[in-house]
Design a protein. Sequence first.
Length: 378
Amino acid sequence: MSHLRPLILAALVLFSGSATAHKTRSFDSELGPVLVTEVARGLENPWALAFLPDGRMLVTERPGRMRIVTADGRLSAPLKNVPDVHARGQGGLLDVVLSPDFQASRRIWFCYAEPRGAVSGTTLAHARLTDDALAEVTPVFRQMPAKDTHHHFGCRIVFTPDAHLFLVLGDRGNYRELAQDLQTHLGKVIRLRSDGSVPEDNPFAGRENALPEIWSYGHRNAQGAALHPQTGRLWLHEHGPRGGDEINVAYPGRNYGWPVITYGREYSGATIGEGISAAAGMEQPIHYWVPSIAPSGMAFYTAERHRPWRGNLFVGSLKFGQLVRLVLDGETVVHEERLLEGLDKRIRDVRLGPDGDLYLLTDEADGRVLRVGLAARR
């Protein structure tokens, strides 16, 4: 048995966290009791979650760590070889997703606020996941220009069935007027092939005075994005300033108006620009919130486990610590329900798990992974 001791010790070091006791709370809802179970805790400001094929979870922590979390709540040691990040303000290590060919390639994709001397910018990279490290870390795209603020990095990644990907990018806060400038990446959604090249059918490919990777523009700071399960279109939500959080469907080449039109106001209460909420040639959101809920994370519910939720869209709220359920009719929101009243946790990410439950990350120094489902369907 002595030859097994190094392997046992290695496993103890790798999964250093203790298992969570799986505490469960019940919350009322229109469709019956909603159960919230704590799966794991002890994560520092977790930002994104991706499910591995074996049921474990890959979780990013904004200060610059990536960990594997087991179903019983054990946390691995931080994975090695994660790039340095600009962990100031809203910056840090942000989204992570698995490559569509992960089973064969072990490749993951992630985005982060990259330090670039005195400035920073959102960077997209991929790497091969090993047992305790990232290997072959390869930056694929860098948002330009880099700026000297610590805000509005955007940074959600969505793959499409044809192995293209979308990346949503913030306006960097103090540079919001550049969301209308097609020669910058600020306030844009971009679309790339999985090798980092630009698809020829992008709306601005081959056009002068426009960056070819841009898909749509006039966005503020999107922190939730997902493909609609029927139409395949990219849906995203973005933070407004003081009110005016929006849900948009990102059609190619369209202008979503920021900062020319908005339903929000300056944090001082003053109007933004001309104080208008509509203009010719600029898209209206399909839904907006005044006051702001500070949305983060987004998932369409497509599983069988909780059938009353099928087809609904779920959005996390940082401001109110709630999970928002939206009932849809095509691209129209016909009903909204605020779930988990009294949870009092900033919801940073929302993902549909392979078991048919929803999984949430809470944005705090002792961040949690929470599992959520209707009681009658557990």
